[in-house]
Design a protein. Structure first.
Length: 160
């Protein structure tokens, strides 16, 4: 075996090792994920409870923290859960600072698109009934989740 063949074989082995090391079993949560704390709230639109809205907390951090989301019930109440990866979630939110986005997808017949729908909302002909400023985060909804958790009420206004 020549020196160049051994070099190429060594490079191939090193690349294969790095490639396989990067693959996970798809079942375990990310390592060292910080603890979560309970965050709840109520969402209203023009003073009325907002049912079926998805509330998303997007982290303002360069540390790669996971975001959290929740769906409002008939009285507008929500409780957040954190996506920990691999299709798993954990109740609560990782303490830190977040921007908040709100959306509520409705089908042409007026029914809500279930939050856990496997079908993309646009494929169902759904449209967002929340003013765009809340969906895109143009409204400065920010919340700092304290180590003890907390509550954050969202008062939305349909007037642009």
């Amino acid at each position: 075996m020549t020196a160049s063949s051994r070099y190429l074989l060594g490079c191939l082995f090193a690349f294969s090792t790095l490639f396989l090391a990067g693959c996970s079993d798809g079942l375990s949560p990310p390592p060292n994920l910080p603890s979560t704390v309970k965050v709840t709230g109520t969402a209203t639109l023009d003073g009325k409870p907002l049912e079926g809205a998805v509330i998303r907390f997007a982290p303002i951090s360069d540390k790669g923290f996971h975001g959290a989301s929740g769906v409002t019930d008939a009285s507008g109440k929500y409780e957040l859960v954190t996506d920990i990866g691999n299709g798993q979630s954990r109740p609560g939110v990782i303490p830190g600072e977040y921007t908040i986005h709100v959306s509520r997808m409705v089908k042409p017949d007026g029914s809500l698109v279930p939050a856990n729908s496997k079908e993309p909302p646009m494929m169902l002909g759904a449209r967002d009934t929340i003013p765009l400023k809340y969906v895109t985060g143009k409204v400065n909804f920010r919340y700092t989740v304290a180590p003890e958790g907390g509550s954050f009420d969202l008062k939305l206004d349909s007037k642009e």
